[in-house]
Design a protein around this ligand. Structure first.
Ligand code: DGT
Ligand code: MG
Length: 334
């Protein structure tokens, strides 16, 4: 009876987009363990397994207190057998054997090193590993021809694998702002991605650009890019997104920057879609499809039952269309 009274099981809604998840939470050790297995699955091109671990981690992040016993997890969504084994291992032994051996494994280490090259994904890395290539030195010695993105990625490897700080993000924001208003007065730049969610570091800096008058944003991206090139800020550009900027104050450092231009009619959808987290976005689309028969993208929301697009001028309106409580960016850290 005492045991029963002591165990208060937690309750968490099924979809991550129904939960408020701040950057700081009560189960960092458990969530980190599951996130590492998610990362390893993603690096191994097993996205399904990756999502399962990400969902499990996001449930733990939403709990109001630290988990101390398996009994507290009864009835929680998204915790499959594999995730529960990992959690039990951490609770019983302080660490999970699977997580620790993954971290130490040659394959995981090689996947991290090789996918750390801008332009190298899980598939390419796996192919190289199967040829015995585990390090940058071995890659360079192998004589493999790298594409332009990968060459540039290798050249700036250390810079691009160094986390970007909020201060750097702000400095780059000023440059982007200057570029954008120089080529189109009145255009607006918004910081999105992890920094909008309150993160203090990130792997890149994401910006969304629009103009309050519909249509004025057309053709803006190439103009912004050539302004940045002319001023000597742009080191490398891959399509319209994914470029690196070099700060003139510190010519040694290159930073990944993602620029997205959106017509103002789609701005709220783009803002919601580019703020993340990735799991939060995935869960929003899953909620829309399965629970509301709607299709959500970074451009629009389509209602399959009504057979029409639903307009929205703000993120709040999109959440309302979806029948979800509004979650502010700082609580979308699923
Ligand atoms: P970070 O940069 O590692 O600190 O983390 P985030 O959350 O900024 O992630 P990032 O930069 O990869 O992407 C920013 C958000 O944009 C992400 O949370 C979801 C969204 N996103 C990422 N890639 C794509 C894409 O290819 N298409 C669309 N529509 N959205 C994307
Ligand atoms: Mg980012």
């Amino acid at each position: 009876q005492i045991n029963e009274a002591e165990v208060v099981a937690f309750s968490v809604p099924s979809y991550a987009c129904q939960r408020r998840i701040a950057l700081d939470h009560h189960n960092t050790v458990l969530a980190d363990a599951l996130s590492l297995l998610a990362e390893n699955a993603e690096l191994s091109d097993e996205d399904g397994r990756g999502v399962a671990f990400r969902r499990a981690a996001a449930v733990l992040k939403a709990l109001p207190r630290q988990v101390t016993s398996m009994a507290q997890l009864k009835g929680l969504p998204c915790l499959g057998g594999h995730s529960l084994r990992v959690i039990k291992d951490v609770l019983d032994n302080g660490a999970s054997d699977e997580v620790e051996s993954t971290k130490r494994s040659e394959r995981y280490k090689a996947l991290k090193v090789l996918t750390g090259i801008f332009g190298v994904g899980a598939k390419t890395a796996a192919r190289w590993i199967s040829e015995g290539i585990h390090t940058l030195q071995q890659l360079q010695a192998s004589g493999h021809t790298l594409n332009r993105a990968q060459q540039a990625g290798l050249e700036h490897y250390d810079d691009l694998n160094q986390p970007v700080t909020k201060a750097e993000a702000d400095a780059i924001g000023e440059i982007v702002e200057k570029a954008v208003v120089s080529v189109l007065p009145g255009a607006q730049v918004t910081l999105t991605g992890g920094f909008r969610r309150g993160k203090l570091a990130g792997h890149d800096v994401d910006f969304l650009i629009t103009h309050p008058e519909e249509g004025r944003e057309e053709g803006l991206m190439p103009k912004v890019v050539s302004w940045l090139v002319k001023q000597g800020f742009l080191l490398y550009q891959k399509t319209t997104r994914n470029s690196y900027l070099e700060s003139k104050d510190d010519p040694q450092s290159a930073v990944r920057v993602d620029l997205v231009v959106s017509p103002v009619s789609q701005f709220a959808f783009a803002l919601l879609g580019w703020t993340g987290s990735k799991l939060f976005e995935r869960e929003l689309r899953r909620w829309a499809g399965y629970e509301k028969a709607m299709s959500l993208s970074s451009h629009a929301l389509y209602d399959n039952n009504q057979g029409r697009y639903l307009r929205a001028a703000s993120e709040e309106e999109i959440f309302a269309h979806l029948g979800l409580e509004y979650i502010p960016p700082s609580e979308r850290n699923a």
